[in-house]
Design a protein around this ligand. Structure first.
Ligand code: FMN
Length: 176
């Protein structure tokens, strides 16, 4: 797939639409430098410290959590509609006991600026370097937002990733 470098906010509506459904693929490297993809349905893109930032919430129980903690970077990738079912797959099995990319027949490709790879089969790729992390403060969470995992202490850590490169498929608007 031909890819072009684009601005960090150029495909924001498309990215947020994909975040809401089917979810985006958050890719990191594990200790053996094996890429792993997990689905996220929460997240935000904005400006912090005057820099473009992708903020991703990752529960401590996720394999991805330790991967990002160690490597300090990640990529966020938007699936094409025809591969949308893979968001459910990458969001229900863990990289601890599955090679998700191999099982889903997804291809990792080198990023331009970070160690974690992009997923070649996806349409938009954000390359992000962690500059800050922030843990959810449970006491501030209103009761209506408490989720089943929360009472067990499995809260999110919000990784703030400076967006250092973005690429998108050249004919993107026709494919999403
Ligand atoms: C649509 C969807 C959205 C999800 N969003 C998140 C999220 O924002 N944060 C999170 O920690 N887990 C989220 N999950 C759950 C993880 O993707 C799931 O637990 C995954 O298996 C973790 O993979 P890992 O153990 O290889 O890191 C989501 C799952 C789905 C299906």
């Amino acid at each position: 797939m031909a890819k072009t470098v684009v601005g960090p906010m150029e495909f924001l509506p498309e990215t947020l639409q994909a975040l809401a459904h089917p979810g985006l693929l958050l890719v990191s490297l594990d200790g053996r430098r094996r890429p792993n993809a997990m689905t996220i349905g929460w997240g935000s893109v904005g400006i912090y410290w005057g820099l473009p930032m992708f903020v991703v919430p990752v529960r401590k129980s996720r394999y991805t959590y330790g991967c990002i903690e160690k490597t300090g970077d990640f990529t966020v990738n938007a699936l094409p509609r025809k591969l949308a079912d893979l968001a459910a797959f990458c969001g229900t099995v863990s990289g601890r006991d599955h090679d998700k990319l191999a099982e889903a027949q997804l291809t990792a490709a080198p990023s331009l600026r970070v160690k974690s790879p992009i997923i070649e089969d996806c349409l938009i790729h954000y390359e992000c370097k962690v500059v800050h992390a922030n843990d959810l403060a449970p006491k501030t969470l209103p009761h209506r937002l408490v989720r089943p995992m929360d009472p067990r202490g499995d809260y999110h850590r919000f990784f703030f990733g400076e967006i250092v490169a973005v690429r998108a498929e050249t004919n993107l608007r026709r494919r999403l």
